[in-house]
Ligand binder design. Structure first.
Ligand SMILES: *Cc1c(COP(=O)(O)O)cnc(C)c1O
Length: 370
């Protein structure tokens, strides 16, 4: 049955058995009744599985037509997926200007012999040359955090595949409701559920999704033995968030697109970054994310760090905070983080569920230098 994402976020293929709870229960246990060979029971010890995780993973899997594995955080998911893929490969080709935490993790892995090269996914020929040298894992984001650049996933997947390299797409900014990189040939996606996917700024969680059964099993093994497992309560909350994910991100995309357009006309704004605004990638963004471009945008304010800090302080509705994708709008000056490559005056705005008119009034007030 070909269901819309809003429906798939809510319904599995099986009807509920009579007497089954409508809401998958929160199962708090460290162990399950079992005796004899543990392989003969579905669950024996809770580091290897929990029904509350499974309910969340089923919902995420339905959105991506894949098998999902959840972790204690987005970086926990990133770590396990990297280790699962780096078998027989010592090289990581990582996009230059993505989430800084992944670059920091790669630095730690360098001490274990993993060589990381930063590359620009807009340059497909350079990727082909790098892949011709030795086996590697290719890791990108689209749209990127915090510049919201959009890359051609199908084109990059083709280059990677022709060299036997897996392509990973970090799908955090778009979420599985707005973009399905596996449809464009990616080997796996990783999502920080912490952001819009759970959407209520109350949990840290992450997930890996893939259609490759062998990779799925290896990722599960790394989770079970690496131990970066989700808490059942966090999984319960995130599942509740996923039920409204398609609805939330569609509304957030509409408001974010409108605010991006208005910011582009503001006299104090030097540049606005939002998918669809760059004429070179606008068509591509529309093909890869036909339902909307997500809650995140960024813009550069004249006057650098002091001007950006002052604007953030003046806002009354938009809260000053890092992270993104919550129901309430937040913003921050990205350059305050060590290791971030953003210019000093860049503000990253996460658009929540408030009315566009109220948010724009708040932005105008905040940007008013007088
Ligand atoms: C936040 C984020 C991560 C890391 O996720 P955590 O849940 O904080 O560990 C990874 N990738 C991107 C693009 C992110 O925004």
């Amino acid at each position: 049955m070909d269901l819309d994402p809003s429906t798939r976020a809510l319904h599995g293929p099986e009807p509920l058995a009579p007497g089954a709870p409508l809401v998958p229960p929160l199962v708090l246990t460290s162990t399950f009744a079992s005796a004899g060979d543990p392989a003969d029971v579905p669950l024996a010890y809770a580091r290897y599985g929990n029904p509350t995780w499974s309910a969340l993973e089923d919902a995420l899997g339905r959105l991506e037509d894949a098998r999902a594995t959840t972790f204690a955080s987005g970086l926990g998911a990133t770590h396990a997926l990297l280790l699962a893929l780096m078998r027989g490969r010592q090289r990581l080709l990582l996009l230059r200007d993505g989430y800084h935490g992944v670059r920091e993790l790669a630095k730690l892995l360098a001490e274990r012999g993993v060589r990381t090269d930063l590359f620009d996914p807009a340059d497909r020929e350079a990727l082909g040359r790098a892949l011709a040298e030795e086996p590697a894992v290719v890791w990108i984001e689209s749209p990127t955090n915090p510049f919201l650049r959009v890359f051609d996933v199908a084109g990059l997947a083709e280059v990677a595949r022709s060299h036997g390299a897996p392509l990973v797409v970090d799908n955090t900014t778009a979420t599985p409701a707005l973009q399905r990189p596996l449809d464009f040939g990616a080997t796996a996606t990783v999502t920080s559920i912490t952001k819009a996917t759970s959407g209520h700024s109350d949990v840290l969680l992450g997930s890996v999704a893939t259609r490759d059964d062998d990779l799925h099993e290896r990722v599960r093994t790394w989770r079970g033995l690496g131990g970066a497992i989700p808490g059942p309560f966090e999984a319960f909350l995130a599942h509740r968030g996923v039920q409204s994910l398609p609805l939330r991100v569609e509304r957030q995309s509409r408001t974010a697109g409108a605010l991006a357009g208005r910011l582009a006309g503001h006299p104090r704004v030097l540049a606005v970054h939002y998918p669809g605004l760059d004429p070179e990638t606008a068509d591509l963004a529309g093909r890869q994310m036909p339902r909307g471009f997500g809650p995140l945008l960024s813009f550069e304010l004249e006057g650098g760090a002091p001007a950006a800090d002052a604007a953030i302080e003046r806002a009354k509705l938009i809260r000053p905070a890092t992270s993104f994708g919550g129901v309430e709008s937040t913003w921050e000056r990205r350059g305050r983080w060590p290791g971030e490559v953003a210019p000093d005056g860049l503000i990253r705005l996460s658009v929540g569920l408030e009315a566009e008119v109220d948010l724009w009034r708040d932005v105008e007030r905040a940007l008013d230098a007088r």
